[in-house]
Each structure stands twice: as structure tokens, then as C-alpha cells.
Design a protein around this ligand. Structure first.
Ligand SMILES: Cc1cc2nc3c(=O)[nH]c(=O)nc-3n(C[C@H](O)[C@H](O)[C@H](O)COP(=O)(O)O)c2cc1C
Length: 210
């Protein structure tokens, strides 16, 4: 039986302590089985990009760009050829890949964008906004770094002062029975996190907040 994204999200709800998170944060998880029949509407793609666009950034520098690669497009085919072995099974099934790219310098002619030391931080936040917007549309997402970044930059003509960072696979959750068992197994891993005591400090570094 094909599981709906909503059912699966409920099954995958995070560990105790996160029950009261806002719905789309609570239910987000990185699925590895996408429905390869599902397509994103242009309006959905636009909304995802708007979510990233309206993220905050240092000095409103907006140091982000995205390659938008719907499954079936020439760009998608090019990108898929540069995936790592571990990602080459599940990523191409997603409805689209967004490749997130950070501005890491100023162009030779000055392209109007202000370089910021916080570019990576800002791109990450824009990507997070995109994934939360995806969740609110009932879509699943999975970010991944496992691909040949240099080859992708060359294939798409990314300028030197921009750095290809990650891909974000977006689509509808699929049926694990339809994919390679190795990809289906990826979804069985426990979702765990370090306790807050190890990451939230007060008074002095290492002194737990609570
Ligand atoms: C920058 C970044 C790179 C990642 N690279 C990969 C990857 O190459 N392959 C993969 O399967 N997952 C990748 N992930 C997904 C993480 O493994 C996943 O987010 C983490 O295990 C937590 O699981 P969750 O998102 O379901 O909470 C990446 C995530 C991030 C943010």
C-alpha cells in the first residue's frame, strides 16, 4: 500500500520533547523514497522559491541562488549524472531538485550584490525556509551534499564567486516497496538528536541551560 506523506510523517514524528513543535517542523524528516510519478506544479515551485527568497539575511544581502531542476528536464538529467553512488538511487525519483548556491565573493564587474561573511548561514536559512514551505504543501524534502560539486558548477556555468553547496530533493513520499531495498532501508533509521543539555548553555560554555 502506498503510504501518504501525512501518515508517514506521523509515524516519523521526532523523539519525545518535540511533540509540541509547530506541525511542519515536527513532521519534517528526510525521506529517501520519492514517488517518481509525482510532478510539482510551477506554482508550487514558485512558492518554494518565494519561501527561500523571503528568508532574512545579513544586511539583506540575499547571498543565495538556486538551480531549479524538475525531473525530466535537461538540467535534471545533467545534475543526476553527477550524484554520488549513495544518492544516485533515491534523488532522481524526486519531483525536482533545487541546487542551493552561496555567493562567496564579489564578481569582477560588481554584480550589485554585497558579499557577506554570513553567506553560508543565510543560504542555510533560506534552504530551511524552502523545506518548511514544502512540508506545508504536504511535500517531502531531503537535502544532500553527495554529488560532484565542481562538475555541477562547470556544467551549469556557475561563476567563480558563487559556490555550489547542496541539493534539495522535493516531492511526494513514495512506496518503499517500489525501490531498491537499500534505499527503502534508509528510511528505517532512528531519528535521534543530541540532548539539549549538550547544545544549550548558560553562564559559561558547557553549563547546560536547564
Ligand atoms: C548539508 C547536508 C548534507 C546532507 N547530505 C546528505 C547526503 O549526501 N545524502 C543523504 O542521504 N542525506 C544527506 N543529508 C541528510 C541528513 O543525513 C539528515 O538531514 C540527517 O540525518 C537528519 O535526518 P532528518 O533530516 O530526517 O531529521 C544531508 C543534510 C544536510 C543538511
Amino acid at each position: 500500500m502506498v503510504q501518504s506523506g501525512r501518515m508517514t510523517a506521523a509515524k516519523r514524528a521526532p523523539q519525545p520533547g518535540a511533540e509540541d513543535l509547530t506541525e511542519h517542523l515536527r513532521d519534517r524528516w528526510s525521506v529517501s523514497v520519492f514517488d517518481q510519478e509525482h510532478e510539482l506544479a510551477d506554482s508550487e515551485i514558485r512558492l518554494l522559491l518565494e519561501a527561500a527568497r523571503w528568508a532574512p539575511s545579513a544586511g539583506n544581502s540575499q547571498p543565495w541562488s538556486f538551480l531549479v531542476l524538475p525531473r525530466g528536464s535537461a538540467g535534471h538529467e545533467t545534475f543526476a549524472s553527477h550524484l554520488s553512488r549513495g544518492n544516485s538511487g533515491w534523488v532522481p525519483r524526486a519531483s525536482a531538485v533545487f541546487v542551493a548556491i552561496a555567493q562567496v565573493g564579489v564578481g569582477p564587474d560588481g554584480d550589485g550584490l554585497t558579499y557577506s561573511d554570513y553567506a553560508y548561514y543565510d543560504l542555510g536559512q533560506a534552504a530551511a525556509h524552502l523545506t518548511v514551505q514544502a512540508a506545508s504543501l504536504g511535500l517531502s524534502s531531503h537535502q544532500f551534499a553527495g554529488f560532484d560539486h565542481d562538475a555541477v558548477a562547470a556544467a551549469f556555468g556557475v561563476p567563480d564567486w558563487w559556490r555550489v553547496m547542496i541539493g534539495i530533493a522535493v516531492g511526494r513520499h513514495g512506496d518503499p516497496a517500489q525501490v531498491d531495498p537499500r534505499d527503502a532501508e534508509r528510511e528505517e533509521r532512528d531519528r535521534v538528536r543530541r540532548p539539549l543539555e549538550e547544545t544549550a548553555f548558560t553562564d559559561k560554555w558547557g553549563t547546560p541551560w536547564s
